[in-house]
Design a protein around this ligand. Structure first.
Ligand code: ASP
Length: 314
């Protein structure tokens, strides 16, 4: 059975952002489904579309780091254990396409920073300035708030938070007030008629993150993973997801939980702090799981058969 599952990020959304995310999920399902004869093509098409839609925290809509620059992360993995990823890509919005090129055109799995940007140029991707006006406006406002009370000599402005626990705590408070700051990573998993599985994830990371910060999304086994049985894309607090090698642990749990992706996804969430993670998982038989311990997880699925499109936030 062919199936595509996509997500548009875990977190808490306002009704307005929620309906925009669901429209985006529908759009991605439609575009991804048109390529469902090949699972890899399908997930890349779905994620690429979301990167271009400006609704999500990825590609054109990516959030900005402490320096006011976008640093994009993305990964692609197939059930045949082929993988490609990029981290800290700043000048190309279609990070998932560059990740695919890493998989197909290089002997490596992950390229990051300047090397990733140079590789993107060499592969013919045009240089783009990423950062929507609305993101820049919020950046200016919130960076000011984050620095408030720290004096003009606060060193956060140069990307070296001198009191990082305080800075991280301030950022968490901002996220509580502006839930949209931690929402909008995208991902897709697909299985095609031949039972081939692929998983893809793309993100702008966390708003006002330190320069050079690497998210789970670009790390195989953490935010993105596929093996011959199961494909997984994770969203949420990258630091939690990485410490738990979340996707790979879920894949191991899948075999221990009677090969039920939903049960395995829920079980994997039991081990992580609340309000931190959302996940989609899909096996080669087309069974899937959608689980979260956040308030919302924009997601949707489409499969063979009538009345097959389903989208939701909960
Ligand atoms: N996991 C992403 C990150 O930590 C963020 C997200 O999924 O919302 O960069």
């Amino acid at each position: 059975m062919r199936r595509l599952v996509v997500h548009g990020g875990a977190g808490r959304v306002t009704p307005e952002n929620g309906s925009s995310a669901l429209e985006g999920v529908r759009g991605a399902l439609e575009v991804g489904w048109s390529e469902i004869d090949d699972a890899t093509e399908s997930v890349v098409a779905a994620v690429r579309w979301m990167e271009g839609s400006r609704r999500f925290n990825c590609g054109r809509g990516a959030v900005l780091n402490l320096q006011g620059r976008a640093e994009l992360d993305a990964a692609l993995m197939t059930g045949q254990r082929k993988a490609g990823a990029v981290s800290n890509l700043s000048w190309t919005s279609h990070a998932i396409e560059v990740a695919r090129k890493v998989m197909e055109e290089t002997p490596h799995v992950l390229l990051c920073g300047r090397g990733a940007d140079r590789f993107a140029r060499a592969m013919g991707f045009p240089r783009e300035r990423i950062g929507l006006p609305a993101r820049r406006k919020l950046y200016t406002e919130l960076r000011g708030e984050l620095l408030e009370g720290r004096g003009s000599r606060g060193r956060w402005s140069d990307g070296r938070p001198s009191h990082h626990p305080a800075w991280w705590a301030s950022l968490q408070k901002l996220v509580k007030r502006y839930p949209e700051l931690l929402h909008g990573t995208v991902g897709a998993v697909a299985v095609d008629r031949r039972g081939r599985i692929a998983a893809a994830t793309s993100t702008g990371g966390i708003f006002l993150k330190m320069e050079g910060r690497v998210s789970d999304s670009s790390l195989v086994g953490c935010g993105t993973y596929a093996d011959p049985d199961l494909g997984i894309s994770v969203t949420g607090v990258g630091e939690v997801i990485i410490r738990h090698t979340f996707a790979r642990s879920l894949a191991e749990g899948y075999r221990a939980h009677g090969r039920d992706p939903q049960a395995a996804s829920q079980a994997a969430l039991r081990g992580v702090p609340k309000d931190s993670v959302g996940v989609i998982a899909l096996d080669r038989k087309g069974r899937f799981g959608v689980a979260k311990n956040t308030t919302h997880l924009a997601h949707g699925t489409r499969s063979d058969g009538s009345s097959s499109v389903r989208v939701g936030l909960r």
